[in-house]
Design a protein around this ligand. Structure first.
Ligand code: SAJ
Length: 445
């Protein structure tokens, strides 16, 4: 078992630290936010994630995890700090650089430093440069310089976990271990194999950085395709949900779902790291980002146009989080939409979300906004806008919305779950023709 120091106790650092502690490692987590540190030390995560509370309480009560505001001596250092965007959609590496500077004085020969934060290509080498600058007494590794002996080791092991399924994915997802040298990668493997039950895929650090970025860019491009289809379908008077569902019955087609835009702290950001590193070679990645970025304002425009039909309309919004079945509001397109429309004081705004207990700060100061339950939202509304496909919303009775003007950005009322019945009736029939016939009949009905 190893001594591990985790820098940054946010959405990635905290579950990782708690998981490592549960495997018997001695873990010190450090974070600049004192509230987060004291909440963790009292066994309470500062965000909701299934089973994290249980894992954290056990880690704290056994003494295997403790949080503090300074680094500690360790065998392994894991950096899980934010890498946001700054002006001009450029990566802000200041948190990574600050974390490197704060651990550098603690490093000893034989230690391994692992960067988990999603980072532009070259960041792991930059991390080594900073350490080398502060610790001339230590030999740091150089990219792919296999002959050289180093005192410390460095890797990029990008996080890949999905909010809402973090603990399962921490253990079950394959991990990329990108060493600055082969010897570095071996150190990374030795740590991750203590809790990952899936494959550890070894490569160099630059490839690992790029792989993480293209995973998220791949998803962004595919969501942009779905979002673009939703605009085209609206223009042509076609139900996009049904069109995608039917297209996906082709064995080699798997179109994602359109929505009100792309939120969260990853997919809306990471593709820019690629564009920034190769601006003239990435028109598709840039365009996809722009398509997804524009989608919330398209929804705003649509609701505004519908609102003109009423004198002082009540608009009810279903969902505020950045995606279904989480309480996470980071970069939520739903929140952007509600805020922008609520700023127009002529609308009375009702918001409901089963994962949100009080109005988020950016809505709290608006006198025309109230947080209500789903039934009140339905009853009072002139216009209903579905923004997040929470499980609870899929159970709503669609007849209840018959006399409302509905903007359904996530396919709640014609949701895939509901269409499942139709599909499985078809699937029980014996031939593909009768299967298609079932769907055609439903369309006419
Ligand atoms: N979305 C759609 N349509 C879809 C799927 C998603 O509009 O068909 C929207 C969601 O509503 C949300 C956004 O995209 O607003 C992103 O959601 P997501 O579930 O696709 O991804 P994240 O941001 O929660 O997590 C992603 C994951 N990356 C990939 O799936 C390639 C996760 O594995 C990463 O660890 C995470 O980014 C990260 O931290 O990088």
């Amino acid at each position: 078992m190893a001594n591990i120091c985790v820098a940054g106790l946010g959405y990635i650092g905290l579950p990782t630290a708690a998981m490592l502690a549960s495997r018997g490692h001695q873990v010190t987590g450090f974070d600049i936010n004192t509230e987060i540190v004291s909440s963790i030390n009292s066994g309470h995560p500062h965000f909701h994630e299934p089973d994290l509370q249980m894992l954290l309480s056990a880690a704290i009560s056994t003494g295997r995890l403790r949080a503090q505001t300074e680094p500690a001596e360790a065998d392994y250092y894991i950096l899980a700090v934010p890498t946001p965007l700054i002006e001009g959609n450029k990566p802000d590496l200041s948190y990574v650089e600050a974390a490197c500077r704060s651990i550098a004085p603690y490093l000893q020969s034989g230690n391994t430093v692992i960067l988990e934060s999603t980072s532009p290509v070259g960041t792991t080498e930059r991390m080594c440069e900073i350490i080398a600058g502060m610790r001339p007494d230590l030999r740091v590794p150089h990219y792919m310089d296999e002959g050289e002996v180093s005192d410390i080791y460095a890797c990029h092991c990008p996080e890949r976990i999905l909010p809402g399924q973090m603990l399962r994915e921490l253990v079950m997802n394959d991990r990329i271990i990108g060493g600055v040298t082969d010897a570095c990668a071996k150190r990374g493997v030795a740590l991750y194999e203590t809790f990952v039950q899936s494959n550890l895929l070894v490569t160099d650090c630059r490839t690992a950085e790029f792989v993480k970025l293209i995973e998220n860019a791949y998803r962004d491009v595919n969501i942009a395709f779905a979002n673009e289809l939703s605009l085209i379908c609206e223009h042509l008077g076609i139900d996009v949900w049904q069109a995608i569902e039917l297209a996906n019955r082709h064995p080699r087609v798997k179109i994602l779902q359109p929505g009100p835009g792309v939120g969260g702290h990853c997919i809306a950001i990471d593709p820019w790291f690629i564009v920034d590193s190769a601006p003239n070679l990435s028109p598709m990645i840039r365009t996809a980002r722009e398509v997804n970025h524009r989608k919330p304002q398209w929804v705003v425009g649509k609701v505004r146009a519908l609102a003109r039909r009423f004198r002082r309309p009540v608009v009810s919004f279903y969902g505020l989080t950045y995606k279904p079945d989480v309480d996470d509001l980071r970069e939520s397109p739903a929140l952007e939409i509600v805020r922008d429309l609520a700023l127009d004081g002529s609308l009375r705004v009702l918001a409901c979300d089963p994962y949100i207990r009080s109005l988020p700060a950016i809505l709290r100061d608006l006198p025309n906004v109230r947080l209500v339950g789903t039934e009140e939202a339905r009853r009072e509304a002139d216009i209903v806008v579905f923004l997040v496909g929470h499980r609870q919303f899929h159970r709503l009775e669609s007849n209840g919305f018959l006399n409302k003007v509905v903007v359904d950005t996530v396919g709640i009322l014609g949701s895939p779950q509901r269409r499942q019945d139709v599909v499985s009736v078809g699937a029980r029939t014996t031939s593909a023709t009768s299967n298609r016939g079932t769907i055609r009949k439903r369309v006419r009905a």
